[in-house]
Design a protein around this ligand. Structure first.
Ligand code: ZN
Length: 310
């Protein structure tokens, strides 16, 4: 009697083992590409192009600033298994890119900002009434020389998508047609997003908006708006610069000051209180890329009376 269950359990054990190894073999044949990106919006872009053929992890986690981020030991270790690193340039990568490359010589590095004309950070000298004596030391290592927030411009994201498509196809040529189809579909979505933003901002051409951390410069450039940052080159304004900013906000009829969750909101609240305006959260690092940009366009389209300027 006891031989039947034993035989049965041996059979079941073998069947399970067979199923297990079978699954392992097919899983490894279809193993997704392991991709690391700098910031969450890029994770969305790579997933749009790669679909279930990629497993993507962002270095900068929700709530962290890309400018001062330090990859965790676990992330550095995980890089040794990566096929592709999609860099944005600037940010923490200024200090870290050498180490990131050093972890894994097999890993391909794609710089999505390459070939794109980078805008320079607004400096303290750009703002009216800012005293030259407040000049900051430029090229703070965490900030780099130019503005890295390329992903806030849908037309620039379209260029990045082509590079992502090419990089994935190079690593996995068998699925090149899939990557090409996905990239074309996402590119169409970005065109629709671009048209939507233009329609929403139709009446806002040339208008100015104030932000704490200047993350929206490429968005502003793409849609004919002007960003007035409170923080410049990573520094809080001093008392004189702050007074000048409040004066400028009054003159420009600024009603809303945008902040993002990763940065201090104290100075923005101070300026808002001084001009009787309000503080609103706009996060350029949201992984919900398209809905987020539509929300931003809506916020900027709301009427903000601009008095005549001399
Ligand atoms: Zn930033």
């Amino acid at each position: 009697m006891s031989q039947v269950p034993a035989a049965l359990s041996l059979f079941c054990g073998l069947a399970l083992a067979g199923a297990f190894f079978g699954a392992q073999v097919s899983a490894s044949a279809a193993e997704p590409l392991r991709v690391f990106v700098s910031v969450l919006p890029q994770k969305t872009f790579v997933e749009k192009v790669g679909g279930d053929r990629v497993r993507v992890e962002a270095m900068v986690q929700p709530g962290d600033s890309p400018h001062t981020y330090d990859p965790t030991p676990r992330q550095v270790a995980a890089l040794s298994q990566a096929d592709l690193y999609v860099a944005v340039g600037g940010t923490f990568e200024e200090a870290w890119m050498g180490r990131i490359r050093g972890v894994n010589s097999r890993m391909q590095v794609l710089d999505t900002g390459e070939g794109i004309a980078l805008r320079r950070w607004e400096t303290h000298e750009d703002a009216d009434g800012h005293d030259a004596g407040h000049r900051q030391d430029h090229h703070d290592h965490a900030y780099g020389a130019s503005d890295p927030h390329l992903w806030t411009s849908p037309p620039l994201v379209k260029q990045m998508v082509l590079r992502i498509r090419d990089a994935l196809s190079g690593l996995d040529p068998a699925n090149a047609a899939l990557y090409a189809a996905n990239a074309a579909a996402f590119s169409d979505e970005l065109d629709a997003l671009d048209r939507d933003i233009r329609a929403r901002l139709a009446g806002a051409a040339g208008s100015r908006f104030m932000v704490y951390h200047p993350a929206w410069g490429y968005f502003a450039d793409a849609y004919g708006l002007i960003q007035i940052p409170i923080e410049r080159e990573g520094k809080e304004p001093g008392p004189r610069a702050l007074a000048a900013l409040i004066e400028q906000a009054r003159r420009d009829g600024v009603r809303v000051i945008f902040v993002q969750p990763q940065f201090s909101q104290k100075t923005a609240a101070q300026v808002a209180a001084a001009i009787g305006g309000r503080v609103e959260v706009m996060d350029n690092l949201s992984p919900d890329y398209e809905a987020n940009l539509r929300r931003v366009a809506d916020a900027l389209a709301r009427p903000q009376p601009v008095p005549d300027r001399p």
